[in-house]
Design a protein around this ligand. Structure first.
Ligand code: BUP
Length: 462
């Protein structure tokens, strides 16, 4: 399959945060760079958002993007009582990696791009089949540097008699990640996430290259340090190919938010969303509601109250407190449903994005130059929030946590902060400049990200 039209097999794991960038990569490779693309899919998906997304992707990009069914081996989840359903799917996929061999051989793949979450188990399988194997790192370059450095950090601590202890992590050539920003689970060496994370971090050096959904101008320190081998020596090629551009699917918009946005003045709306898997405690939801109300601004709020959308029960009125929806009627739109976030972020009425800083959300805000008020919660989100402030994309109130000892963030504080950021011209100007830099990197043919992706495709052709 080498030659004119390479066939690239993409292997995403579970969760929208992983599926979305893979869908974007699929379209960029097929429509933008002349590749045949197959996307491996495990059905049924964990959430219904993923099922809808896959269906829309294959319908929109047919026939250049094909579906490859990846059937998992039986997996007994009772080994991990109480584990997050997405982590369980990661583990089930990891254990089924040997089944990928025949799949890759039959598909006639010229290269495979695996999700970072599966990297350490897919790399040896691909090697055995003689298929070059790349990794798509679905988070920031700062997080990639952290992931690459962390196993060595743990080894050094063990050698110094501090096995399993995790404090501040100083990434060589990058910057220091304070203990409070280290993903919580990593403090527990036995945690399923820690085991997967460390194995993948060690495996990275065996990849033929690593694609990252970021761009040089947003994260210059991390991208440069990785490429120069300062983080880990002899590190594979790093292709910064972001922001991967949104694939516009025809919006199903029963809540009517696009029409509502059309009716609002320019830059007047605060868009609030904490991602697809962040369930917020009922008490914090109430404070957030009070804060949005007190800010006096218009707002569009996507409320999620459960981890998996299949059981997103509960009436909005009950969740947000008595009379709230009536009081904000006219200046706010609140919905529990799925929204097309990239369409919202590129709408001229949106002036601020209050975000949990899932990496895709950050890249989407960067792509459209929308300022972010970071309110990270777990995983890599605090590391991403630091990228937001360093990169000039917005503000972060570091004291705000979601379930820390400090307790709830009060509605009053939320309202004041939103008012302050919305009034700050400098924040808006800097974010707009990030938007310009993102466009220059990813959409113009001479841009750093465009050229990186072209270079990757060139290697798949060889
Ligand atoms: Br909610 C929601 N519409 O209503 P992140 C999310 N998204 O388009 P997360 C919508 O899902 P993980 C909605 O634009 C982004 O591309 C959003 O990814 C989109 O965070 C994606 O921002 C969410 O990386 O993912 O969901 O926490 O934890 O799996 O990384």
């Amino acid at each position: 399959h080498s030659g004119a039209r390479p066939h690239v097999v993409l292997l995403p794991s579970a969760g929208m945060g992983h599926l979305v960038p893979f869908g974007r990569l699929a379209v960029a490779l097929s429509a933008g760079h002349g590749c045949d693309v197959s996307v491996a899919a495990v059905l049924p998906t964990v959430s219904s958002a993923e099922a809808r997304h896959l269906e829309a992707l294959f319908a929109a990009a047919d026939p250049a993007v094909r579906r490859l069914d990846f059937r998992l081996a039986p997996f007994d989840a009772s080994e991990f009582p109480g584990a997050d359903p997405f982590f369980l799917r990661f583990e089930a996929m990891r254990r089924s990696a040997p089944l990928l061999g025949p799949l890759l051989a039959t598909a006639g793949a010229s290269a495979v791009v695996t999700d970072i979450v599966l990297a350490s188990v897919v790399l040896p399988v691909a090697r055995e089949c003689g298929v070059p194997c790349y990794v798509l790192f679905t988070a920031s370059a700062a997080m990639l540097a952290f992931c690459a450095h962390f196993p060595g950090y743990l080894d050094a601590n063990s050698a110094a008699g501090r096995a399993g202890v995790v404090g501040d992590v100083d990434i060589p050539g990058v910057y220091r990640i304070p203990k409070s920003s280290v993903p919580q689970a990593l403090h527990d060496p036995k945690h399923l996430f820690t085991q997967q994370f460390v194995a993948n971090g060690r495996g990275l050096v065996d990849a033929d290259g690593i694609l990252v959904n970021t761009f040089d101008a947003l994260e210059p320190e991390a991208v440069t340090a990785l490429r120069k081998g300062k983080v880990v020596s002899s590190f594979p090629l790093v292709f910064a190919v972001g922001p991967l551009l949104p694939v516009m699917f025809p919006a199903k918009d029963p809540a009517g938010y696009m029409q509502w946005l059309d009716a609002q003045p320019a830059r007047s709306v605060v868009y609030v969303s904490f991602g697809s898997r962040t369930a917020i405690s009922p008490d914090q939801l109430l404070e957030l509601a009070a804060g949005l109300e007190a800010s006096g601004h218009r707002f569009l709020w996507v409320v999620k109250s459960t981890v998996v959308d299949r059981d997103d029960a509960g009436e909005l009125g009950d969740l947000l407190g008595h009379g709230f929806l009536e009081r904000v009627r006219g200046r706010a739109l609140v919905t529990k449903g799925w929204v097309e976030q990239e369409e919202i972020l590129q709408h001229g009425s949106v002036g601020l994005f209050v975000s949990h800083c899932g990496w895709n959300s950050v890249t989407e805000a960067a792509a459209f130059g929308v300022p972010v008020l970071a309110w990270p919660r777990f995983g890599d989100q605090r590391i991403n929030a630091a990228v937001v402030t360093r990169g000039g994309l917005g503000a972060w109130e570091e004291r705000w946590s979601w379930d820390g000892e400090e307790g709830l963030v009060s509605g009053e504080e939320v309202g004041e902060k939103i008012k302050a950021v919305m009034a700050d011209e400098t924040v808006a100007k800097k974010a707009a400049a990030v938007g310009d830099a993102a466009a220059a990197a990813a959409t113009s043919k001479g841009g750093t990200s465009y050229r990186s992706l072209a270079e990757f495709v060139g290697r798949c052709r060889d």
